[in-house]
Ligand binder design. Sequence first.
Ligand code: SF4
Length: 466
Amino acid sequence: MRPEIQEYNYDWLMGRTLDAASKVPLGTPKETELTFRYIPYFKGVAQSFVDAGPPGIEFLSLLSRYYRDILTARDQGKKIAATTFCNTPAILNAMDIVPATFEVLTTIGALVWKRGMFDYMDYCCEVGMPETSCSAQKGALGAFLADLCEKIDIVICDTPGVCDTNANAFAFAAAFMDKPYFQLNYPSTIGDRRSQKYHIDDYKGMIRFIEHHSGNTLNYDRLGEVLTEIDKQDALTAEMEDMLMLVPTPIPPIFTLMIYAGRFCFAGDPIYTRLLETMVATSKQRMAAGVPGLKAGVEKLRIVMCYIDHFTVNMAFYNYLEERGIAHTGSILTRNFRDDNEYVRDLPDNSYGIDISSPDAMLESIAQMNARMPMVRSIRGPYDQHGMWLEETLACARSYQADCVIYNGTPGCRNTWGMVKPFARDIEKQGIPVHIMYDDAFDDRVESWEATRERLDEFFHVRGLI
Ligand code: SF4
């Protein structure tokens, strides 16, 4: 790693940047506009959120709080758990442990920093990780491995077999930093009693592990509060999902990112409820006024991202969709598979519910919620089996009346690369065009954003979609 990169603690650098960004919109519109002149480096990303109105402003303060929690954990006597976006932070929230989710931290850096997360990604390879491992973890993980972040106390992941690069990144992190490590087994099937019991027993093992290494005991009253908050959040999310189904949808592309990023950071915390409330209120106002979410005022096309979005600097992907008049109806990350969502009507055993009537009911609820996290839910094995990737994607494409399906991931997504071509052919057979993006969602060195944009334009043009 270059010596100049090692001069600054990455988390403090990013935490202070987000703290400052969250304050930019608090003045008058004129003050905000003038501030942009003095922050040319960060203007692109800050303005994207400020222009998104109250939800964008709420989201900036949510990101700032995420870093503040990590940076102040030690002073508050709290432990920090390194974890993955495939693991709901709700259980950590209930146990007073601060999550440091590598993929969330990498995404923030990729969106905010022009110089990207490249130095940190490369550092992971310098110390032994393969180049083909997932950039989603490598960005933030590199900063932790280089000792440029707050110390981690424990490492928890939950994806053996779902994504080998993800699981191996956490195993590597735990071994390299010499930290206690727990790997939650994903359930081999979802919906049958035997695998659910196995999963709940395993989840209880994870709780015992956290209790043992943190000294904190799970308080079921607190878990009940967290699940009650999630119940509210899920109801608000279901309202957003209903509005995403409208043609045109009143929901702008950037909101789909905020739905899942908020959940990955703060499921069960009132700060995420407030973000969802502002998104629902803003979207309902637009719906009542008959105004589409796209700034251009016309919805030319509707897409479903069957995997993840593209997280390049200054929100370029979401701004591109705005410019082209393309509605983003969500990705595998947006969907939570709560049982009251319209899109699970054809996939009943893929969904989960919340029951807080007893400690066992609560544990069953949170374990089942965890089993519906992205990748764990539908990319566990053969893509064309019941409840898996193909069935989920077709159900979503139909529910949201998508004109096409787009795949985007990272070169590390070996599980999906191994099946994406037959998967795309099967979707095309149903009359839905599919585009496979060959970039890296977090690393523009693999394919420049300009080239990615040109290939998207070419696809839309050649298939007669725009
Ligand atoms: S599936 Fe792809 S994006 Fe997700 S963790 Fe694995 S390599 Fe990363």
